[in-house]
Design a binder for this molecule. Structure first.
Ligand code: 4NP
Length: 164
């Protein structure tokens, strides 16, 4: 069993790298690292190659999550063929993802918090705010990642691989 998850926001320096780092951290704690391929990307290309935002790395670091090896990249057509799930952090991200999705793309594209069971909730963009915005963003992302990890681990543990 292996499930591939791609977290997507606009710039890939704030929200989706936090989700990638948190999900990898929690999968590691649950000893499920080998069962997942975990990545993140942005629909925009302005920050390609950049480290995640310093405020986000500090907020994550204070929770024991290391994001120092992550670099921003842009969502590409191939992602729709190689990932099982593409999780959008807000509605605008999801609209951009749907627009870029090739007709034969296999990835299931949906809102991150919706798949996590939070209705159609969005993770607000903390880019233009202060450091505290990153902490509340992390609270939402930690809760969402825990729920998604549990849901995917449960649905795939029987080896069916397709009923998430
Ligand atoms: P993100 O936040 O989508 O959560 O990575 C943003 C980061 C940068 C920009 C926009 C959103 N930007 O316009 O540069």
């Amino acid at each position: 069993m292996s499930v591939s998850v791609l977290f997507v926001c606009l710039g890939n320096i704030c929200r989706s790298p936090l989700a990638e780092g948190v999900f990898r951290h929690k999968a590691g704690e649950a000893e499920l690292t080998d069962h997942f391929r975990i990545d993140s990307a942005g629909t925009g290309g302005w920050h390609v190659g950049d480290l995640p935002d310093t405020r986000g790395r500090q907020a994550a670091g204070s929770r024991g999550i290391d994001m120092s090896t992550q670099r921003a990249r842009q969502l590409e057509g191939e992602d729709f063929h190689t990932f099982d799930f593409i999780f959008a952090m807000d509605q605008s991200n999801l609209a951009n993802i749907e627009r870029l999705k090739p007709p034969n793309g296999k990835a299931q594209c949906m809102l991150f918090l919706e798949f996590a069971g939070h209705g159609a909730g969005e993770v607000p963009d903390p880019y233009y705010g202060g450091a505290d915005g990153f902490d509340s963003c992390l609270d939402l992302i930690e809760a969402g990642c825990e729920e998604i990890l549990e849901r995917l681990a449960k649905n795939y543990s029987a080896g069916s691989g397709s009923n998430a």
